[in-house]
Ligand binder design. Structure first.
Ligand code: SF4
Length: 209
């Protein structure tokens, strides 16, 4: 555990108490998995916009694997890179059926066997579906963790490994989701709002020089 990391997690919680992530998966692990794959290079808002029709037509892995060529692509077209995303989703669903009886696995090594799933998505699933904790090292988490001095690297795996021991597993999911909102609103990549930042006034960051 790390006293500063716990203080940052508390401050973020106080600022964004309701934040639970932008993907509206309704607690359904299959939905979260597919939506997380779709969210690459796409906003959560756009992924949410396609999800209703998508999951009405494809409620499970079998329905995706058995669909006609090109059908899935039509549903996910607006999320961008739809051909490669459709390929990953089909591969993911085939592996889910072939190796995991259609159920979402919880071990990191098993999640990484699924198409389109890297450590970021795997940690998201482990944290948000199985409550096993997981640092989702997205661009905001990487940038802010460096600014706060928790790590000195842009490598997502190094950032994940550096942050993981800093706080208990039950705080990790909320911490990362709140970091994303904080990174969009305040600790932005360009022109961060250090002058009005609650982490600066709380003595947890010196700001960008
Ligand atoms: S003081 Fe600036 S750099 Fe530090 S966390 Fe706040 S916005 Fe980010």
């Amino acid at each position: 555990m790390n006293d500063k990391a716990l203080k940052v997690a508390k401050a973020l919680y106080e600022k964004y108490p309701e934040e639970k992530g932008g993907l509206e998966h309704e607690g359904d692990p299959f939905k979260l998995l597919i939506m997380a794959i779709l969210s690459a290079q796409c906003t959560d808002k756009q992924v949410n916009a396609v999800s209703k029709a998508l999951f009405e037509r494809f409620p499970d892995a079998v329905s995706i694997v058995e669909s006609k060529p090109g059908e899935l692509e039509k549903y996910i077209y607006s999320t961008g890179f739809y051909n490669s995303k459709a390929k990953s989703i089909r591969k993911c669903c085939k592996t889910l059926i072939g190796e995991f009886d259609g159920k979402i696995p919880f071990e990191m090594k098993d999640l990484l066997k699924l198409g389109g799933v890297g450590r970021k998505v795997a940690n998201l699933i482990r944290a948000d579906v199985f409550n096993l904790g997981g640092i989702v090292a997205d661009t905001h988490v990487i940038r802010i963790s460096n600014r706060l001095g928790f790590v000195n690297s842009k490598n997502p795996v190094i950032v994940e490994k550096a942050l993981t021991p800093l706080m208990p597993v039950e705080l990790q999911s909320g911490f990362c989701h709140r970091m994303v909102v904080f990174g969009r609103e305040i600790c932005r990549a360009q022109n961060p709002k250090c002058d009005t930042c609650f982490l600066l006034s709380g003595g947890l960051c010196d700001g960008v020089k």
